[in-house]
Design a protein around this ligand. Structure first.
Ligand code: 6V0
Length: 332
């Protein structure tokens, strides 16, 4: 008998008896591993499956994650280039693909990453037909649309990480200017993750005090306090980090982990995520952009009908038209 047989008396066969909470992450680069690490560290699920096409990198990351297990709430980690490892995932997070080089915009990556998605998305759906897909690869809004089309999944189960991260950056910068903690800053960045994002200045508040009531010029060109610079910094932050450290990782990892927790635990928190926005704020195109959404274990439960001012609506509509034009040029 083996040591295991001498030590342990089997009471029942555990195969198939548990409802396992499982998350797959495709792409084990800087972003994928920051997501995996944050999700593991926070004990959000029971199983994590990692997929990439780089076998050695996968194996190295697997070992490193396994050696973490002594320090965290135990999570089973698997890694493979074969998508069979992802079977029965509740959530599949896609971070695979090219990232921006210095001077490139997110939109410059589009056809390259669409080609990669053609290989990935059908495999994920084949092994986990009931999964929610969360797209992180850029340009995230367009790729979420592409994933929705390729997957054939209902709209509520295909989301993009969207402006949840931009919103967190916004809260941080406002918190610095006011000397109030970021968690107590309320306000939203919606629309495109990236250059055309919309800051909803009309709703920014601390403890219910609307900041625009205190400074009606807030967010506009004629504001002596130049609050608009905060939104510019949010837009430029990825470019700045790419110039300084080559990529961005930790904050997107935590942003994805926060939304993963909402989904896995059916928490109904509101996040700014990329969802099908046709019909909202006068948008007529089949495009994905971020709006505040109530998330649960089946995906997007509700879209919040935010009160926006005329200028904010105009910006959203114009962004939707641009997205639609780009989508028309894509081959998939
Ligand atoms: P990276 O470090 O180059 O990692 C990308 C990974 O994808 C690599 O390990 C590749 O081997 C893998 N990969 C490529 N093609 C495939 C394929 N066909 N199948 C499986 N794996 C594949 O890039 P990084 O992790 O920095 O960025 C990944 C993506 O996330 C990029 O598109 C970024 O632009 C995007 N980001 C999105 C953010 C967001 O807020 N939505 C934030 C940061 C980066």
């Amino acid at each position: 008998a083996t040591v295991q047989e001498k030590l342990l008396e089997r009471v029942f066969d555990e195969e198939g008896t548990l409802t396992v909470r499982k998350v797959t992450i495709v792409g084990v680069g800087q972003v994928g591993m920051a997501c995996a690490y944050s999700i593991m560290q926070q004990g959000i699920c029971r199983e994590i499956a990692l997929v990439d096409m780089l076998k050695d990198k996968l194996q190295g990351e697997l070992l490193d994650m396994q050696h973490c297990q002594r320090f965290v709430k135990h999570v089973d980690i698997q890694a493979s280039t074969d998508y069979a490892v992802t079977a029965n995932s509740n959530l599949c997070i896609v971070t695979a693909g090219s990232r921006q080089k210095e001077g490139e915009s997110r939109r410059d990556l589009v056809q390259r990453n669409v080609n990669i998605f053609k290989g990935i998305i059908p495999q994920l759906v084949k092994y986990s037909p009931n999964t929610i897909l969360m797209i992180v690869s850029n340009p995230v809004d367009i790729l979420t649309y592409v994933a929705w089309k390729i997957s054939g999944l209902p709209r509520e189960r295909v989301i993009g990480s969207g402006t949840n991260l931009d919103t967190a950056r916004f809260h941080f910068l406002i918190s610095e200017k006011l000397n109030v903690a970021p968690t107590n800053v309320h306000g939203w960045i919606i629309g495109e993750h990236g250059d055309a994002s919309v800051a909803v200045w009309s709703g920014v508040n601390i403890a219910g005090v609307n900041l625009k009531d205190l400074n009606p010029g807030m967010g506009g060109k004629d504001d002596p306090e130049k609050w608009e610079d905060i939104h510019k910094k949010v837009i430029n932050s990825a470019y700045e980090m790419i110039k300084l450290k080559g990529y961005t990782s930790w904050a997107i990892g935590l942003s994805v982990a926060q939304m993963t927790q909402t989904i896995i635990r059916n928490q109904k928190n509101v996040h700014a995520i990329s969802t099908l926005v046709k019909g909202f704020h006068g948008i007529e195109e089949d495009v994905f952009l971020s709006l505040p959404c109530v998330l649960g274990s089946k995906g997007v439960m509700y879209v919040i009908k935010q009160t926006l001012d005329e200028n904010e609506v105009k910006q959203l509509q114009s962004c939707a038209r641009t997205m639609h034009e780009i989508q028309k040029t894509l081959v998939f």
